[in-house]
Design a protein around this ligand. Sequence first.
Ligand SMILES: [Zn+2]
Length: 453
Amino acid sequence: MVSKERGIGLQYPVPWNEVEKETLEHFQAIVRMDTTSPPGNETVVAEYLKTVLEKEGIPARLLALEPNRANLVARIRGNGRKRPILVMGHTDVVGVQREKWSVDPFAAVRKGGYIWGRGTGDDKDNVTAGLMLLLLLKRQGVRLDRDVIFLAEGGEEGYSPTGVRYVIDKHWEEIDAEFALAEGGGGILKDGKVLYLSVATSEKVRLEVRLIARGTAGHGSIPRPDNAVVRLANAISRVAGWAQPMRLDETTRTYFQRLAGISPPEAAARYRAILDSHERAKVERYFAQHELRHNSMIRTSLSPNVLKAGFRANVIPSEAEALIDIRALPDEDLAGFGECLREVIADPHIEIKTTMGRPAAPASSLNTEMFAALEAAQKRIYPESVTVPILLPGATDMSPLRAKGIQAYGIGPVVDDEEVGGAHSDDERILEKSLYDFVRFLWHAILEVAAEK
Ligand SMILES: [Zn+2]
């Protein structure tokens, strides 16, 4: 496997020093474009990418539902022996609280081995890597068994109708592919070593549930048995106390197996025990207290996050409202779940309204050419490490692609601290070396899965 891959690598030698300089230049230029969503203004990035691509003879198209929120698509053609691969990154970013930042969030400052700015880790790294990939494929004249498509989509944050939804609905033929690569994976650097590289193969399904309790309004001096606030509070406490059974699938089972292989003894014992139906109860309790992400990966979760009720201390309000963030496992029976929720709340005076974001979609397989190619690329860039498949608790634009039958995998660069400077946080930043490694990783993964052998 490795020697074959090395063969392809040798066939297309890349001047990585020069590529790094160029990567930095494009990355900084893109981070400096403020594409905070809303309003987005992703067209400035799409235009930039189009200019760079077309200068090298790669045709690119803007696809836009709204003129200021364009997506960009470009394609390097192969011989058509295999179905295309789609490489995707989103050009919009979430907002910033400037006063909480130690640098200008849109200056792409280089400092301390990092590049700082909104979007450096989410998701202008993937956008830049996709751009560099196309430039390199073209310059090296790589002979491909399949087309390589690059989609720089807008509107990912908040799942805007202008982004991937629009491209899927109106321009499906431009992105139809066997495999897709997008955000959501990455690696953890510890003591100078990459612990593991994660590939997101699955994600939870987001449902927003609104509980509306109704009662009779009145004077606060005369309490009523149908007080809407009390009704709502009781409903929330029942929802919060509703235990969800744990469930593993191919992704999470493999995740814990591989994690056990690289963890210190105590943690490794936990990850092995969670796979064992006789031993898991104790570990489940441990996860619920100490490993919250793992707790969320193995069960449907409910988190009451917004409360709205009342306006004066001496007025009994007639309505009270709560928002509950539900994240269902990908195989959850959503209709059945809704029924159970109604039974758990057990109050006919509470209205339950559910809105769904991205569609539910099956997990992508670990047994594909693409997953094997990602593992081969990881061995090349981080030979001391291991690839682990993960189920994302959060939502990405991979689920609408998976729902259309594409096998989609989330990848990303290596970070040195999971708690600080990550996606959506103040002082978001990326290790400069990680960005360059990520470009190489993507290049090798794509050669492995798409180059003629
Ligand atoms: Zn993102």
